[in-house]
Unconditional design. Sequence first.
Length: 361
Amino acid sequence: MIDLRSDTCSRPTPAMRTAMAHADVGDDVYGDDPTARALEHATAALLGKEAAVYMPTGTMTNQVAIRAHTEPGDAVLFDQSAHVYLLKGGALAAYAGVLPRLLPGVRGIFQPHDLDHAIGRAHRFFPATIQAPARLLCVENTHNLGGGAVWPLDTLLAVAARGREHALALHLDGARLWHASAATGISEARYAAPFDTVSVCFSKALGAPVGSCLAGTAAFIARARRFKQQIGGGFRQAGIIAAGALHALEHHRPRLLKTHQLAARFAAGIARIDGIALDLATVETNIVRFSLARHDAAAFVEAAHARGLYLLPSGAGAVRAVFYLDIGEDEVDAALRIIGATLAQLPAAGAAPPAAAGAGY
């Protein structure tokens, strides 16, 4: 089975398993796990921040960041297809209790004037207590539902500067920030510099089995540790899994450009298949999102799965494929053959529009 559903489907390498097996450990809740602390220090340094805290998931790092930046009832600005808004099980409402205020991004990327329109302009005739106060701006780089889109640095800096003008705190969902840096050569610290806090994931691009870090000032991370504990994020001997993340951080980042090349190879191949719509310019990193002109996505991915290829439906007529460290050129070429054979034999179902919001991590 060739599994292209997500880069979360990667498996630990033998070297990573060895590092985990021999990890020096302690009780993380007491701050005694040396490997978890080493991972936090390395991540903070890489992102140019004072401190970081290791958590089980990117869902937790993002939600803890939002909760620590806000109070229930505050408004938070997101792109309309932000992963943290659409695909976190409603955590914004259930945990942080914040009001999403959505921005009209294109492939996840919006402009400074979009913040102006969303926040509006205060006037003394309009009671200040009526609207939810806007406290936080969240940006996602790379953007999952935007097909792995990378924020242009100039746009990112301009948006962050406008957020500061509106007195917003700034949070970067950098689950796949590693891919943005691999694609552009711009360091993770440069991308992270305008933001108060940054969340990065080790179990997607970098191929570790567990975990994410939230980075920011030392004072903010101390506050974040309270919320990590509050929602059940306290580890005991965290070093066993932190060792996998630390190994990935130290050894796997140089390998990411290869996953971009595989995605481009795959995209070029499926773009030549009749019945598939794909703009090759949208394939910037390791995620490929394409549309089916005459077939239902659910029926297509089921038929492809029966032939040995896992893909993810992303709405009525759209499909996602993600490339990661376990995938090679042979798997890409086999996937292309399966897709061609599947479409050739699958009965047409009429045109189905791509969904505005796709699925998947």
